[in-house]
Design a protein around this ligand. Structure first.
Ligand SMILES: [Zn+2]
Length: 129
């Protein structure tokens, strides 16, 4: 019973606090390596992600709302990206292109393609790194 309660807390952070939303976003946008920094480690509240995206603000609340806007995310816990399909990335060996569809009652449905590491497989004897 305790374990289940704990998991629920970890899987569904409290989205009414900036810290909870930050945790949720961090988990949701791992594929673009979303990172957060806060004083004193950085000058201001900062977020950055792959592709040159970044945001800076004076408070965590302000930062979260900016990041949500840029990433077109309503910030709800039910903003779910659902698996559609995947195929090998023709440009990157060892990577796959995964197609996902947004299912959210507050946002328009849209599709995104993310790059993810391909499932591990043993290298053949003729393959080199
Ligand atoms: Zn949404």
């Amino acid at each position: 019973m305790y374990l289940r309660d704990w998991w629920d807390e970890a899987m569904h952070p409290d989205a009414t606090t900036a810290g909870g939303v930050r945790l949720m976003l961090w988990a949701r946008y791992q594929h673009i390596d979303l990172k957060f920094a806060a004083p004193p480690a950085s000058e201001k509240f900062e977020a950055s992600w792959d592709g040159g995206g970044s945001a800076v603000a004076d408070s965590e609340e302000e930062l979260i709302s900016t990041v949500l806007e840029v990433l077109q995310d309503c910030g709800s816990g039910r903003h779910d990206w659902v698996f559609v399909g995947e195929k090998p990335d023709p440009n990157n060996v060892g990577q796959i292109l995964r197609t996902q569809k947004l299912e959210c009652s507050s946002c328009d449905s849209r599709v995104r393609v993310i790059t993810a590491p391909a499932p591990c497989r043993k290298k053949g004897p003729t393959e080199i790194d």
